[in-house]
Design a protein around this ligand. Structure first.
Ligand code: HEC
Length: 184
């Protein structure tokens, strides 16, 4: 029994030191200019979602979904998020493919996560990715306004859709385009 436990400990040590050696000898890549392999992406995203499920407070959005709050959310998004996640004129973000993992386009593909999940992502950021934590930059109220805007993007009230059209020169996404694509 003693020998068995010793064997387990030695094996673990060899694995840990081997892993450290591989890292410290420079065998791990640092480049962010490629897309992550499919399996790595699946596992990492699964771990991120599970961690958020465990750590994020499951709270309701305290900001009411009013026209004014949606428009504030659109402005805040444009100023802080569009450079990585795509602007409201529906052009691709200049930096979207420059991160490992890439920054998803939140306008062409709005997130369907619950609001507490979105708020937590925005407030705390995502470690080891290009997604910053915003809690030192934006007020909680402003982060909730962006959350509200993101989660209602395809069902905004008519006045806000008009505001989108006049400000950004394109119609607000309705979710219909994607449905059309799936039909083909
Ligand atoms: C400097 C670039 C950058 C900026 C600016 C940025 N993000 Fe991100 N964001 C990223 C990257 C890269 C990821 C991908 C991380 C991941 O896959 O977990 C990400 C992920 C996200 C996600 C998770 C998407 C998903 O698939 O679950 C949300 C939501 C998000 N960002 C919202 C925002 C909001 C809102 C802002 C503005 C307040 C913002 N981001 C600003 C780079 C950025």
């Amino acid at each position: 029994m003693g020998k068995f436990i010793l064997g387990v400990i030695v094996t673990l040590l060899v694995l840990i030191l081997g892993g450290l050696g591989i890292a410290m000898l420079g065998f791990l890549p640092t480049n962010a200019n490629v897309a992550p392999p499919h399996l790595e992406h699946r596992i990492a995203m699964g771990a991120v979602d599970a961690s958020m499920e465990r750590h994020a407070p499951h709270v309701a959005n305290p900001v009411p979904p009013s026209d004014q709050n949606f428009e504030d959310g659109m402005k805040l998004y444009t100023m802080n998020c569009a450079v990585c996640h795509g602007s409201l004129d529906r052009k691709p973000a200049s930096l979207s493919e420059s991160f490992y993992p890439p920054a998803p386009n939140l306008v062409s593909d709005p997130p369907d996560d619950p609001e507490w999940h979105l708020f937590y992502t925005i407030r705390t950021g995502v470690r080891y990715t290009g997604m910053p934590s915003w809690e030192k930059t934006l007020s909680a109220q402003d982060m909730w306004k962006i959350t509200s805007f993101l989660s209602h993007m395809e069902k905004l009230p008519p006045a806000v859709q008009d505001y989108w059209k006049t400000t950004f020169g394109v119609t607000a996404p309705s979710g219909e385009e994607e449905k059309d694509e799936h039909k083909h």
